[in-house]
Structure formats: C-alpha cells, structure tokens
Design a protein around this ligand. Structure first.
Ligand SMILES: Cc1cc2nc3c(=O)[nH]c(=O)nc-3n(C[C@H](O)[C@H](O)[C@H](O)COP(=O)(O)OP(=O)(O)OC[C@H]3O[C@@H](n4cnc5c(N)ncnc54)[C@H](O)[C@@H]3O)c2cc1C
Length: 176
C-alpha cells in the first residue's frame, strides 16, 4: 500500500510506472496495475509477483519497508476504461486465450493421432509409452524383455517411420 500525496485518483484498469534509482544514479522502471479500488484517500495498492531473477520485483516484494520512498508516474492508461456516462451499446466478446489454447491443443492432438495412425500398432504403443507416458528405458526393458540397445534401435526406427509419415502428410498438404 502506497501513500501518494497529490494522487489525482484513478480508474479501474489503470497502472503506474515505478522508478527506482540506485545510489550510483542507475535508474530502472516497471509498470504495475493499481490493485485498489478508486478512492479519495491518496493511497493505492500494488500487487507485485516476485520473480526471483527479476531486477525490480524482488526489491518491491521483499526489501521495501514502510517509510521508504518510491518515484511513481501515473495513473497511466484509460483508453480501455468504459464508464456508464459514456452510454451507447456495449459489445462484450467472449472467448480468448483459453479457447485459442484449446483449439491449438485440439489441432496438435489431431495431428499427433493422424501421425501415430500412420505407423504400426507396435510402434505406436512403444512411442506412446516412451514419449507420452514418459516410461524410462529401464522400465521399457522390463516390459519388452530386450536390452537397452535393442530398445533404442526400435525407438529410433519407430521415430523414423513417424517422421516419414509426417513428411508424406506435409507433401500431400502442399499439393492440395
Ligand atoms: C501495464 C503493465 C501492468 C503490470 N502490472 C503488474 C502487476 O500488477 N503485478 C506484477 O507483478 N507485474 C506487473 N507487470 C509486470 C512488471 O512491470 C514487471 O515486468 C515485473 O514485475 C518483472 O520485473 P522485474 O524487474 O522483477 O523482472 P525483469 O528484470 O524485468 O525480468 C523479467 C523476467 O525476464 C527475464 N529476463 C530479463 N532480461 C532478460 C534477457 N535479456 N533475456 C532473457 N530473459 C531476460 C528475467 O530473468 C525474468 O524472469 C505489469 C506490466 C505492465 C506492462
């Protein structure tokens, strides 16, 4: 929570830039969304996720103490803030990253299924156990009762056959 004298107030969705200055004059700044609701008490809250290897967030989330001073610029942004007073129709568009991810994963799933469908059942089972289920060569040795080298050869050949099927599918797509 920061006390900001002369804070002009803010609207939902706006952020501030926090600038830090080191003793040697080095400066760096980062943006943080204002996490508190608009109010007139000249105080704002920021929620900072600490990135252990980050430059600024470990300082803000761990080293900053009550009474320390920060340089703030803001509130910034407002281009995407709607207010009731603006009136007019409001179009809400649903869908976004989750749907995009789902579509992307579906395409990948279908492509992988199609490729695995292009090789023998024996190859398919071996590849799924190794690449999807994550079984180790030691575990596969026990299942297949062959030594590691023989398994590596089988896996190599199975992967080659999948790659061949992939190449053939790509060629077909280019031609179509
Ligand atoms: C509008 C806006 C609002 C934001 N609101 C918030 C908020 O509310 N809360 C919040 O926690 N954050 C917010 N952020 C993010 C915030 O501004 C910082 O980016 C974040 O805190 C990380 O800063 P840092 O200095 O700790 O990390 P940085 O030092 O900037 O590093 C970030 C990551 O990038 C990696 N990295 C740095 N340099 C390189 C490089 N050269 N090559 C490869 N990797 C590198 C680091 O290892 C680290 O993992 C917001 C950003 C924007 C733009």
């Amino acid at each position: 929570m920061l006390a900001v004298p002369d804070w002009p107030g803010h609207r939902a969705g706006q952020h501030v830039d926090v600038r830090l200055t080191a003793d040697d004059g080095y400066q760096t700044q980062r943006s943080y969304s204002i996490a508190s609701a608009p109010s007139s008490d000249q105080r704002i809250a920021l929620t900072v996720e600490r990135l252990d290897d980050g430059e600024v967030s470990p300082y803000l989330a761990g080293e900053l103490h009550a009474g320390d001073k920060l340089e703030l610029r803001g509130p910034i942004g407002g281009y995407f803030v709607w207010e009731a007073a603006l009136g007019g129709p409001l179009l809400l568009v649903a869908g976004g990253k989750a749907e995009q991810d789902e579509r992307y994963h579906k395409t990948i799933r279908e492509s992988v299924d199609a490729l695995l469908g292009a090789v023998s059942e024996a190859d398919r089972i071996l590849l799924i156990m190794k690449e999807v289920e994550g079984l180790s060569l030691k575990e596969l040795e026990k299942i297949y009762k062959v030594n590691e080298n023989a398994l590596k050869v089988r896996l190599f050949r199975a992967r080659q056959r999948v790659l061949k099927a992939f190449g053939a599918a790509e060629k077909k797509e280019d031609a179509g």
